[in-house]
Design a protein. Structure first.
Length: 182
């Protein structure tokens, strides 16, 4: 990852931090190298990260990183207080989004939360330029499927979920969503 990739990753992780409670069991979908667990060290009780780009299973002090896709790669014993998806939803094909929400519901404890960030559509053109200038790595803009942030509440609909917060950040280029399992 380049400096700008790390900066953007860290900004998303910081946006999610206020929604974590001491001792939470956290599943991070699209965990990359587990940076979130390192930043939240001493806060969470257990962390499980999943990412198809991981080469091998890795263990940290109170977390594990599992290669593969959500939810299949998550160990069967995990009941999460929080599921994070930072810059992930826009990469999920529309036909798999309902399946994703159902899997989250099955894994979350009652009252558990989903914290997700998604870019605004304008970000795609910015990422193309940054990528061409070799300022960012690993950006799969071709997987964004024309994603629009205003469609996120439909992925996690009532009565299974309640939207707790939607806010824009980074000059409106990113969006934070927090859903609570009802």
């Amino acid at each position: 990852m380049k400096f700008l990739d790390r900066y953007l990753q860290s900004a998303r992780i910081k946006r999610g931090r206020p929604f974590v409670k001491q001792g939470d069991v956290v599943v991070d979908v699209g965990c990359a190298d587990g940076a979130m667990f390192k930043e939240w060290q001493g806060l969470i009780g257990r962390g499980v990260g999943v990412d198809p780009a991981l080469d091998k299973h890795e263990m940290g002090p109170n977390y594990e990183l599992c290669p593969g896709n959500f939810p299949e790669a998550v160990p069967n014993d995990v009941q999460a207080d929080l599921i994070t998806m930072f810059a992930v939803l826009e990469h999920i094909p529309p036909e798999r989004q309902a399946e994703l929400a159902k899997a989250c519901s099955a894994m979350l404890k009652p009252g558990g939360r989903i914290v997700a960030t998604v870019p605004s559509p304008r970000v795609d053109s910015i990422l193309h330029v940054l990528s061409a200038l070799r300022l960012v790595d690993g950006i799969a803009v071709h997987e964004h499927y024309g994603f629009r942030p205003d469609k996120v509440p439909a992925i996690f609909p009532a009565p299974a979920y309640r939207l707790e917060r939607w806010q824009r950040f980074q000059f409106g280029l990113n969006n934070l969503f927090v859903f609570v399992k009802v």
